[in-house]
Design a protein around this ligand. Structure first.
Ligand code: NDP
Length: 329
């Protein structure tokens, strides 16, 4: 794709906003006969994403590292127009992530929507796989391997969309190519920031590779939402960051999990995004670049490094070398 063909990183004026709900952004869409995969689709905003897609008629597959728990949670959704099924996958284990992707590729259905939603945040230093830092490995490398293995199923019908959940946390760090896995000085927030930048860059380069196949990819910041994601954060830290007060009242800028699913669903289904891709979205619209002069800039917009095409291609090469997986060679 040439630079001229890239979708501008600029709000469309979609008509939606931070309080829009999945049923509003998906209104009128009929996803009957479509197949969606939602990682982490049994908790927080992933659960609401699964629900929104299945209510619009999509059949949804939810790969879970705790499949029994996932089945229990998803059974609680009641009847939806589309089916919801659970498979097994641990994103921190390349063999498991690749195995799930391969099962989808070997199946008899193409994938229309893939939402790479699962993540861990700000955990104590943890190593997985080949001594890899767990947030980068789980949030990025696991999804990288799974998506590449699944590629034939995404490519089959020519109209698939892939959504990678990033975060405003991407502003905490670019990719630390000289020490991605923190051989020293582990910092739980820099590690999360790096992983969320990786999620955005993954969407940018997948879109560059996929566009000629009709497969488009988007990065999404869902907003701030109280979920199980905060499981590693002591209450005092959340109070210090202004996420809640001493009494436990949540900052009013936070969204509900339902509102938090809207940007993923918008990116996955909105006709407003037809023919577009490789951009970072927030509040059910394409985001603008971060405005360095805006005092609220920390919370809105995207840093240039997180959507830079050369940076995205470099990360793809690094990820391919680390995992030995690349569907595009
Ligand atoms: P939750 O913690 O509620 O859900 C995360 C899901 O990921 C869970 O289902 C969890 O499974 C799954 N998961 C974690 N590790 C693995 C693994 N190794 N293999 C497979 N699945 C795994 O988080 P949210 O709903 O809040 O977050 C969803 C996405 O949104 C994340 O990508 C997050 O970074 C992003 N985001 C969230 C924000 C927020 O404020 N909540 C803000 C910005 C971005 P299990 O339950 O079994 O652990």
């Amino acid at each position: 794709m040439t630079a001229q063909q890239r979708t501008p990183q600029q709000a469309l004026g979609s008509g939606f906003g931070m309080r829009s709900t999945p049923s509003e952004v998906i209104a009128g869409a009929d996803l009957s006969g479509k197949l969606a995969v939602v990682t982490g689709g049994y908790s927080g905003l992933g659960l609401e994403t699964t629900k929104g897609l299945a209510e619009a008629g999509a059949d949804v597959i939810v790969p879970a590292r705790r499949p029994d728990h996932a089945r229990e949670v998803l059974a609680g959704l009641g009847d939806t127009a589309g089916t919801i099924t659970v498979d097994e996958m641990d994103l921190g284990d390349v063999a498991s992530a690749g195995g799930f992707g391969q099962r989808i590729a070997d199946g008899d259905r193409s994938v229309d929507i893939l939402i790479n939603n699962a993540a861990i945040m700000a955990c104590p230093e943890t190593r997985v796989g080949d001594g890899w830092e767990a947030q980068f490995a789980t949030n990025h490398l696991g999804h990288y391997v799974m998506t590449n293995k699944m590629w034939p199923a995404l490519d089959a019908d020519g109209g698939a969309r892939v959504v990678a959940l990033s975060s405003t946390g991407h502003k905490l760090s670019d990719i630390r190519y000289d020490d991605i896995h923190f051989t020293s000085d582990y910092d739980k927030w820099i590690a999360y920031g790096q992983a969320k930048t990786a999620n955005s860059l993954f969407a940018v380069h997948l879109d560059a590779l996929g566009a000629e196949h009709g497969v488009r990819a988007f990065a999404v910041h869902p907003g701030g939402i109280m979920t199980e994601l905060q499981r590693h954060l002591p209450k005092e830290e959340m109070i210090a960051m202004g996420w809640m007060d001493e009494a436990g009242n949540i900052n009013e800028l936070f969204k509900t999990p339902e509102q938090g699913a809207s940007t993923s669903i918008f990116a996955a289904t909105s006709p407003q995004l037809d023919g577009m891709g490789g951009v970072y979205c927030e509040d059910a619209d394409i985001a603008n670049l971060e405005d360095p002069d805006n005092a609220m800039g920390r919370f809105f917009g995207v840093k240039p490094y997180a959507i830079d095409a050369a940076n995205a291609a470099k990360l793809w090469d690094v990820s391919a070398a680390a995992t030995g997986v690349n569907a595009f060679v």
